[in-house]
Design a protein around this ligand. Structure first.
Ligand code: IMP
Length: 181
């Protein structure tokens, strides 16, 4: 991209920061690692809606090992709620016990959602739980979290595109755009 594309949403400007071609390469690299690590382990991929749907669709088409796929929708309560529980709005429709679970997340920001969702999953007595996320903001993490598969670490800025939204908009953008201050 010679000149950075700008989109405006809700009165804010967002500047293209990760091009579609780079995203494609990040996704392929993640899939290669997972294909190697999970060969013969028959994992269950758990897509965390809504933001991860585009990333998951691209990632899973690069996965060439035997696996199952399910979706969940979770809402995380933190800040005002000391227990920090996740509310499961849509539960996985598959038996998760004694299986290798791979959570597919779009972006890890404070890491609270993932932290609490991983805790929730432990009740099903899985063989293992790992996470693959396209983006992570290490400077924003509030809890220690083990992220095995990260496409790219980014600064603590708000981003949209490739499934990520601002108030429900911008998910359809091909590139990832960063909010301009
Ligand atoms: P966390 O619990 O703070 O890690 O937040 C996780 C969720 O917040 C992600 O799955 C996204 O849906 C949303 N989120 C966090 N950062 C961004 C962002 O920069 N753009 C859009 N959504 C975000």
């Amino acid at each position: 991209m010679s000149q950075k594309q700008i989109v405006s949403l809700g009165g804010y400007d967002f500047e293209a920061s990760i091009e579609a071609s780079e995203i494609e390469q990040l996704v392929k690299n993640l899939a290669d690692r997972i294909n190697m690590d999970y060969d013969d382990r028959n994992p269950i991929f758990i897509i965390v809606l809504s933001g991860a749907f585009i990333f998951a669709a691209d990632l899973l088409r690069e996965i060439n090992i035997k696996s199952d796929i399910t979706v969940v929708k979770v809402k995380s309560y933190h800040g005002f709620n000391s227990t920090g529980e996740v509310k499961i709005l849509l539960a996985a429709d598959i038996d998760l016990s004694k299986r290798h679970l791979v959570i597919i997340e779009d972006i890890v920001d404070t890491a609270q959602t993932l932290h609490h969702f991983s805790d929730y999953l432990r009740q099903f007595d899985p063989l293992s739980i790992e996470t693959v996320c396209l983006l992570s903001k290490p400077d924003a993490h509030q809890v220690d979290i083990d992220l095995k598969y990260v496409g790219k670490d980014i600064p603590n800025d708000f981003v949209i595109g490739y499934g990520l939204d601002y108030n429900g908009q911008g998910r359809n953008l091909k590139h990832i755009f960063t909010k301009v201050d």
